[in-house]
Design a protein around this ligand. Structure first.
Ligand code: CAA
Length: 258
């Protein structure tokens, strides 16, 4: 499949998506979002793919929603078309693990798309921010919600109210990203992590993801109950028998649902 605004490759068990709209710093126009959704649907349906990676260029992961495309839209138009909901939430609905590999700008919708992924790996060049206030609007795809859950109220307020962006070191310090990596090594380190996750049994990886995501939606006791039930369910898997037997027999596991 040839796309206009993204590149998609299958690298073994990894579905690798590169946002590719260099002249606009990967600004998220509707056509790009449609390409991305198509690719995500295809990779989610592909049983040979275990992990998805979304990355951009050295200069920009994505510099936000396309300002030029949306600037003249009316209230009734954005309301009636549910602008920025339709399509934009697809990443957050993926069942397979998704890694964002971020170099350069991840601003506005770019930061929001990164935050919809499960893990953010940041190059030391990465810059994260929600500058929408300087455009006379507010973050529209999770910036006030996911950023607050990630970095806490005070830091999220500061970033969203001032429009300041934070560098990779600050983003790691406040828990937005899991690791900062020298820019030259970002893609190879991302591939290593993706391959490591892809070597685990896929249903179990999906259950881990589902369980961690429950913690954002529910109380602790309900979340613990959900976790316990999923933990019990893993005992029905051949790969649980194999994983634990392999440990007891001091050998490497041979997972079937890899
Ligand atoms: N939308 C449309 N075009 C964009 C864009 C965006 N978000 N960001 C950059 N571009 C375009 C520029 O207009 C420019 O195009 P031209 O060459 O045709 O003029 C090209 O990309 C290169 O950009 P700059 O010349 O500005 O590059 P720079 O290196 O000087 O600055 C930047 C980089 C600081 C990221 C700057 O481009 C910038 O501030 N971009 C906008 C960031 C922003 O406000 N993002 C939030 C968007 S709103 C949003 O995302 C809402 C939401 O919640 C979903």
């Amino acid at each position: 499949m040839i796309y206009q605004n993204i590149n998609v490759e299958k690298r073994g068990k990894i579905g690798w998506i590169t946002l590719n709209r260099p002249k606009a710093l990967n600004a998220l126009c509707q056509a790009l979002i449609e390409d991305l959704n198509h690719a995500l649907n295809m990779l989610e349906d592909d049983v040979s793919i275990h992990v998805l990676v979304i990355t951009g260029s050295d200069k920009a992961f994505a510099a936000g929603a396309d300002i030029k495309e949306m600037k003249d839209r009316s209230y009734i138009d954005v309301y009636m078309t549910d602008f920025i909901t339709k399509g934009w939430q697809r990443i957050a609905q993926c069942r397979k693990p998704v890694i964002a590999a971020v170099a350069g700008y991840a601003l506005g919708g770019g930061c929001e798309i990164a935050m919809m992924c499960d893990i953010i790996l940041a190059a030391d060049t990465a810059k994260f921010g929600q500058p929408e206030i300087a455009l006379g609007t507010i973050p529209g795809s999770g910036g006030t919600q996911r950023l607050t859950r990630a970095v806490g109220k005070s830091k999220a307020m500061e970033l969203c109210l001032s429009g300041r962006s934070m560098d990779a070191v600050e983003a790691e310090k406040y828990g937005l990203v899991s690791r900062v990596i020298p820019a030259a090594d970002l893609l190879s380190e991302t591939m290593k992590l993706a391959e490591k996750i892809a070597s685990m049994p896929l249903p179990v990886a999906m259950m881990v993801k589902e369980s961690i995501n429950r913690s954002y939606e529910t109380t602790l006791s309900e979340g613990l109950l959900f976790e316990r039930r999923v933990f019990h369910a893993t005992f029905s898997l051949q790969d649980q028998k194999e994983g634990m037997s392999a440990f007891a027999e001091k050998r490497a596991p041979q997972f079937k649902q890899q």
